[in-house]
Write a protein that binds this ligand. Structure first.
Ligand code: ATP
Length: 259
């Protein structure tokens, strides 16, 4: 992948703008600065390598050169989208799962922000907001995708197993083709973000549905329950041992199968 092969692949998409980097600290940092500086809706930052890739909180996201997709998309929320901004992580997750489905894979969503193939993490999502007073001025949607085998971090460094598209397929397609699949799906799902169909499609792809799971919330708390589905705002609904519903909001939460 290079700037011209990427531009060629994305020419029909009507993006607001495109910035390509051979190497960058974090595509989300670049996109946040660009958004604050007036980037148009659907502007995209792509890098071949991230040296300071970020996950949630201070977690690191590994993006070695030549083997992964690191991209951040800038959204200017439209008026119809505004009541549904808590579904943005679902919008990104559905775009990634659609792209995987097109490649013949069976992706699942580890709520809230990871995509699994065969139970292993292949992609992660990081949504960040640029505020203007109380209103979201723009959203930055970061996606990291392990394409070649070298993109997955060494197993001994991980708490949750990782894989790559190349490990799951005979050979992974070119990264610019995968980016085009993701963005096409994104543009389609974005129009439907407030609908029941959107919620249903997101819900149906949840990993561990019906299974006992645990949610680590912050440093101390562990919540146990059976994974029941999504609330309309994208929160996760569990059933506790008495069958009562428990809602888990986004935040510092990590989902695991029950030990
Ligand atoms: P978890 O899946 O363990 O609950 P999380 O969802 O809380 O993690 P994220 O911010 O999504 O955390 O991802 C960061 C974590 O993902 C890192 O701490 C690291 O363990 C792991 N990781 C980093 N880079 C990759 C990668 N390229 N592929 C898979 N996993 C990665």
């Amino acid at each position: 992948m290079n700037e011209s092969s990427l531009k060629k692949q994305l020419v029909k998409l009507n993006l607001g703008g495109l910035r390509y980097f051979d190497s960058i600290g974090s595509t989300n940092d670049e996109a946040l600065a660009w958004a604050a500086d007036g980037a148009k809706d659907l502007s995209l930052v792509v890098a071949d390598e991230q040296t300071q890739g970020r996950g949630r909180l201070d977690r690191k996201w590994f993006t070695p050169k030549g083997s992964a997709i690191a991209m951040s998309l800038i959204l200017r929320p439209t008026i119809p989208m505004r009541p549904h901004l808590s579904r943005t992580v679902g919008l990104a997750a559905l775009s990634l799962t659609d792209a995987c489905l097109k490649l013949g894979l069976s992706p699942q969503i580890k709520w809230p922000n990871d995509i699994l193939l065969n139970g292993k993490k292949t992609a992660g999502i990081l949504v960040e907001t640029v505020w203007s007073g109380d209103a979201a001025d723009s959203l930055v949607i970061g996606m990291g995708i392990n394409v070649e085998k070298a993109a997955a971090p060494p197993a001994e460094t991980l708490q949750f197993p990782a894989t790559s598209l190349a490990e799951q397929l005979e050979a992974a397609p070119k990264r610019e083709e995968i980016i085009a699949l993701i963005l096409n799906a994104f543009i389609r799902w974005r129009e439907q973000i407030g609908t029941e169909e959107f919620l249903k499609a997101w819900d149906q792809k949840l990993a561990f549905r019906g299974e006992q799971i645990q949610i680590r919330a912050g440093a101390e708390e562990i919540i146990h329950g059976r994974l029941d589905g999504l609330e309309p705002d994208g929160s996760l609904r569990l059933r506790d041992e008495h069958g009562s519903p428990v809602s888990i909001r986004f935040g510092d939460v990590s989902l695991r199968p029950a030990a």
